[in-house]
Design a protein around this ligand. Structure first.
Ligand code: 5GP
Ligand code: MG
Ligand code: MG
Length: 182
């Protein structure tokens, strides 16, 4: 395991993620019965979560991707830009926005507003992780995998300077990993 030297602890393991996605998928299936939602996933962090989640949603859904600017290192820049927009029209669509983690809330607030302005009928947010104590704008995700404390996490899609996304679990890095490399 190449990462073992750098991971301080495993916060949420693979089986816990898998099980929670079964529950979330069942909830979404129930809530969207008879509808054909468009699932919009935010690149790149939400990709493993999207893949695990949609296996458990029993609906004729479609999915598409958006990329918006996010963190450099561990600091939020607060200014959200669209880097890659959706490929298809969303007029009249019921959208499920998939995010890896909601922190300050700025990203999902901006993206939800953007999608509603483009004519979506509804936008609900499903996030794997939520850090409610870090919120600076007033948003609450509709579906939450796990609430966590004020800790920077990596794995299952989430990165530190683009590394660690491929880990099958969610973990916390050792403090020395944040020291600037020469
Ligand atoms: P927000 O706009 O809510 O402040 O930030 C959301 C984005 O910041 C997430 O989609 C994610 O890319 C990044 N982010 C926030 N907290 C963490 C964290 O603990 N670990 C990682 N890897 N990214 C985070
Ligand atoms: Mg993200
Ligand atoms: Mg990031």
């Amino acid at each position: 395991m190449w990462e073992k030297e750098t991971i301080k602890k495993v916060l949420i393991n693979q089986e816990e993620i898998r099980q929670r996605c079964v529950e979330l998928g069942a909830e979404i299936t129930r809530d969207y019965k008879g509808k054909k939602p468009l699932v919009v996933a935010l690149l790149r962090g939400s990709v493993p979560f999207l893949a695990e989640l949609i296996k458990n949603i029993d609906l004729n859904l479609q999915y598409d991707f958006m990329d918006v600017s996010s963190y450099e290192g561990t600091e939020s820049i607060g200014d959200i830009r669209i880097i890659k927009d959706l490929d298809s029209s969303i007029k009249g669509k019921s959208i499920i926005l998939v995010e890896d983690i909601v922190d300050t809330g700025r990203t999902i607030k901006t993206v939800v507003e953007t999608l509603m302005n483009k004519g979506a009928t509804s936008v609900q947010v499903v996030t794997l992780l939520d850090k409610p104590s870090r919120r600076v704008v007033d948003v609450t995700p509709d579906y939450i995998g796990f609430k966590i404390g004020n800790e920077f996490v990596v794995g299952f899609g989430m990165d530190f300077n683009q590394d660690y996304r491929c880990l099958p679990y969610i973990g916390v890095l050792k403090d020395e990993c944040y020291q600037i490399e020469e």
